[in-house]
Design a protein around this ligand. Structure first.
Ligand SMILES: [Zn+2]
Length: 49
């Protein structure tokens, strides 16, 4: 299962599929941001870590 930028997958830790950068979402209303490492100007896909 993968997630795109802007999705609200729920509380948890998600990893960029390109570089394994991790983002923690601590609220069910949080949206996935662009990857903080490689995602500037690019689409980022995440998976559950
Ligand atoms: Zn990345």
């Amino acid at each position: 299962m993968t997630y795109d930028v802007g999705e609200k997958p729920g509380v948890g830790t998600y990893c960029c599929t390109n570089c394994d950068w991790e983002v923690d979402l601590d609220d069910s209303t949080d949206t996935l941001p662009p990857c903080g490492n490689c995602g500037k100007g690019h689409d980022t896909e995440y998976v559950d870590c």
